[in-house]
Design a binder for this molecule. Structure first.
Ligand code: ADP
Ligand code: MG
Length: 258
């Protein structure tokens, strides 16, 4: 397998607490990886390390063969790694399509002066970005809402908008932290369909989710964490049959009961 994302030996310590302890895995283009584990097992910390918010004490992350060591979050976003946060802020004063365009900002080449003077290059970029934003909204099922105010969207529709915004940066890898939180089962199904569609274009996705029905039906592979260590990796069927994973869940927070 050629790894699009290669994560090796990640260690992250907070004070006396080892939140991640030598975590390694890799991800190919077009793959969906589920990241599971009890509360506090280090899942969000791992995404924060991948996106450059935390600097690990040890370990390496390579994206398309390039080391991300020492890069700031915006540089990592430009390199092709996008994320939607557990509680991401949408801009209530902007329309739905404008919120998607915000996600494009890191790709605009024309610069601030060009935008002030509305040069032809800026206008071309702007028109192309708007078309792309509308296409992304159609992809996530929000094509009807392009010009609408964000306030008109339901909670589940806002989550889809956050994903469209993350996709506007043209990522190679998309990181989703508990995208189903607060969604109804039917909204979660819609989200699963959207994520499956992204795969076709070669996008790789890492998704943290407690909703096991969602995870098991969606992902190609699962990495299971417990107390910052990888305790299992495999297909959904392999993970379901992995005694260490089953024990961690049964002894843990009870989240697996979903
Ligand atoms: P998960 O997402 O799997 O629930 P987290 O990655 O959020 O777990 O947390 C892993 C561990 O690291 C927990 O014990 C948590 O309290 C701790 N932790 C996470 N972020 C910080 C931080 N910024 N400062 C101190 N401790 C943290
Ligand atoms: Mg978390």
């Amino acid at each position: 397998m050629t790894a699009l994302l290669a994560v090796s030996g990640i260690r992250k310590v907070f004070g006396g607490l080892t939140a991640l302890d030598g975590v390694s895995f890799s991800l190919a283009a077009g793959q969906i990886l589920g990241l599971v584990g009890p509360n506090g097992s280090g899942k969000s910390t791992l995404l924060n390390v991948l996106s450059g918010i935390y600097t690990p004490e040890a370990g390496e992350v390579h994206l398309a063969g390039q080391s991300l060591r020492g890069r700031a979050p915006h540089q990592i976003a430009t390199a092709g790694l996008a994320r939607s946060f557990q509680n991401q802020q949408l801009f209530a004063g902007l329309s739905v399509v404008e919120n998607v365009l915000v996600g494009r900002a890191c790709r605009l080449r024309a610069g601030v002066l060009a935008s002030i003077f509305a040069t032809p290059r800026f206008r071309r970029e702007e028109a192309a970005a708007r078309q792309q934003a509308e296409d992304l909204l159609a992809l996530v099922g929000l094509g009807w809402a392009v010009g609408a105010s964000v306030q008109r969207l339901s909670y589940g529709q806002r989550r889809l908008l956050e994903i469209a915004r993350a996709l506007a940066s043209d990522p190679k890898v998309l990181l989703l932290d508990e995208p189903c939180a607060g969604l109804s089962q039917s909204e979660a199904n819609d989200l699963a369909h959207v994520i499956t569609r992204l795969k076709v274009n070669g996008l790789a996705v890492i998704v943290i989710e407690h909703n096991m029905r969602f995870v098991m039906g969606l992902v190609d592979r699962i990495v299971a964490l417990n107390f910052g260590q990888k305790i299992g990796e495999g297909t959904p069927a392999e993970i379901r049959a992995n005694p260490a994973v089953v024990a961690a869940y049964l002894g843990g927070s009870g989240h697996a009961a979903h």
